[in-house]
Write a protein that binds this ligand. Structure first.
Ligand code: ARG
Length: 570
């Protein structure tokens, strides 16, 4: 049990003894570390319910509280906070216990859930926009954290491989496909076809009609059009996979929109028969009478021309997932502009009897330095491949400058870890709902809340260990004994690792993990400055080495849960 849970346990016993509701025993890290390491507001909450003086309630709790083996005498501060200052001995014991644990104090959840995480989901033959980049990074990190906490996670890339864009692509393919370009950069060529046909349609209504006809033919199973469609999807997927490989992102399933195509017609008929959906002005809709938000916003599932919609596919997808995986939760990681869509889909699902916890994990935009939606210089959507290549290239310049003696291949390897880490971290460190400005300088800086800063802290620790070995100093794991304030601060932060991941997953906010790791690295640097490691002797040295070693383990594990690697040198 973690120190924090142990304290919570003790507070619960004291509350019980004082005749107070036990569930009020919530212990958190102290908001103001001048008053202690941990605190509880139990007395304040209880006092409010009992209409009593909080300080009196606190005194009564304290009279029943037995924590002398863990803390100095608890104190009451402010409006009734009870503060705990952990004894150095207890802190050392707690650190040693977590250090021996290969999960670093992170317990798995008592009741694992089956969670489907739907993320990345780019559209074939349409430009991948930054929203897909954010979805990929965020979804991957959430999947890693959920798995680490013991949940059964199914990741599904719901790619947009069946949509009206294929009318344009097929028309373009038949009339002006550049085969070489398709070989070289398939997505770029498909996007070019899409764009050119788009432009042609604007000027020529006859072309628009032909394009529509190509789409209808595809939907009716025309052999030639199906073949073009298949090739377009396969080529795009190959390129997506290359990027996922570079990013270290993988999926359990890739059931795109086309997979559900045959289910759409029967689904709409069934919803009509069950009176969940109704015909309205020739279209089929699900209405939500009595819902203040959706009263006026029915979910359209079949257009009057017979076409199906994005929502229809999502409902069919959900039915499939329910039947196959019986999930406890389904998380959709897509941008904030899709909020209404998901509200409608979720409300429709409820009408269909789905009780699963459905969540739209929304996020804001990535902005350019001009604070407008990030675009390339020529005003186009930023292409992920190019962005990652630039990140690695810029990181290489930094690495070559800082570490000119590293052989070229080594520099490239490190640059890849740093460049990709920088892009991912810059995204994850933001609250997911805020828009943020994309800045190469900031994200690649070795100072501040950045991936290179954290990676550098890890590398510094590794180099201390190499130096120790070179000097014949034992690096065998040794007991940690806390005494210096800088050691205390680092140890307390280290112990929070077991708590933070659960909080991160509850709100789906990896930025809290980033902040945690940043604070850990910062406290490590302060410890490093205040407490000589290799220059000290005996058990002090082995203790400090051990403390540095476990810090490195947490940095590495924490970053890996964000999908970010660590180099051994940089
Ligand atoms: N392809 C969609 C888009 O680019 C995202 C799909 C998200 N997942 C879902 N089940 N709707 O906007």
């Amino acid at each position: 049990m973690s120190l924090q849970s142990e304290l919570q346990h003790r507070v619960a016993s004291a509350l019980r003894a004082a005749g107070i509701e036990e569930s009020l025993a919530v212990v958190t890290t102290a908001a103001d570390t001048r008053f202690g390491d941990y605190q509880t507001n139990a007395a304040m909450v209880a006092a409010k319910a009992l209409k009593k003086n909080p300080r009196e309630v606190a005194a009564s709790i304290l009279s029943h509280l037995k924590v002398e083996d863990l803390c100095k005498a608890p104190t009451v501060a402010g409006a009734g906070f009870i503060n705990f200052t952990v004894l150095d001995t207890a802190l050392s014991d707690a650190v040693n216990e977590v250090a021996r644990d290969e999960r670093l104090g992170v317990e798995t959840v008592p009741k694992p859930k089956t969670i489907i995480i739907d993320f990345s989901s780019p559209n074939v033959a349409k430009p991948m926009h930054v929203g897909h980049i954010r979805s990929t990074i965020l979804g991957d990190s959430l999947s890693r954290i959920a798995r680490h906490l013991g949940h059964r996670v199914i990741t599904d890339n719901h790619i947009g491989d069946w949509g009206t864009q294929f009318g344009k692509v097929i028309y373009g393919w038949k009339h002006f496909l550049d085969k070489d370009a398709l070989e070289q950069a398939p997505i770029a060529e498909l996007v070019r076809l899409y764009r050119e046909v788009n432009a042609l349609e604007e000027t020529d209504p006859a072309i628009k009609e032909t394009v529509r006809h190509e789409l209808v033919k595809l939907q009716q199973g025309d052999v030639e059009n199906l073949e073009i469609w298949k090739q377009a999807v396969a080529l795009s997927w190959k390129e997506f996979e290359r990027l996922y490989g570079l990013l270290g992102v993988s999926f359990d399933e890739r059931l795109g929109e086309s997979f559900y195509n045959d289910a759409l017609g029967p689904l709409v008929e069934r919803l009509l028969a069950e009176k969940i959906a109704v015909v309205s002005e020739g279209a089929v809709c699900i209405f939500f009478p009595g819902s203040p938000e959706l009263e006026e916003k029915p979910c359209l599932i079949r257009k009057s021309d017979g076409g199906f919609l994005y929502a229809t596919t999502d409902l069919a997808t959900l039915e499939y997932r329910e039947a196959r995986w019986k999930p406890d939760a389904v998380w959709y990681v897509t941008g904030a502009p899709q909020q209404l869509h998901f509200e409608q889909v979720f409300a429709s699902a409820r009408r269909m009897g789905v009780t699963t916890d459905l969540r739209h994990i929304a996020f804001g935009s990535i902005l350019g330095e001009d604070r407008k939606m990030m675009k390339t210089r020529s005003g186009e959507n930023v292409e992920l491949g190019g962005l990652l290549a630039e990140a690695i290239e810029r990181a290489l310049a930094v690495v070559a400058e800082k570490n000119p003696d590293l052989p070229k291949a080594g520099q490239e390897e490190v640059a890849r870890i740093i460049g990709l880490g920088a892009v991912k971290y810059a995204d994850l460190m933001q609250h997911r709902l805020t828009d943020y400005v994309f800045s190469w300088e900031k994200m690649l800086s070795f100072q501040g809340n950045t991936a290179p800063y954290l990676q550098n802290a890890y590398v510094r620790i590794r180099s201390i260990f190499r130096k120790a070995t070179a000097e014949g100093i034992s690096t065998e794991s040794a007991p940690v004994t806390i005494s210096d304030p800088a050691e205390r601060a680092l140890a307390l932060q280290f112990l929070q690792f077991g708590e933070i991941l659960h909080t991160v997953l509850e709100d789906q906010r990896p930025n809290l993990l980033c902040l945690y790791l940043y604070e850990l690295a910062d406290r490590f640097h302060r410890f490093y400055e205040a407490c000589p490691i290799l220059k000290s002797e005996g058990s002090v040295r082995s203790s400090r080495l051990a403390l540095a070693g476990v810090t490195a383990e947490v940095l590495k594990t924490g970053l890996s849960l964000l999908g970010i690697g660590v180099p051994e040198r940089m």
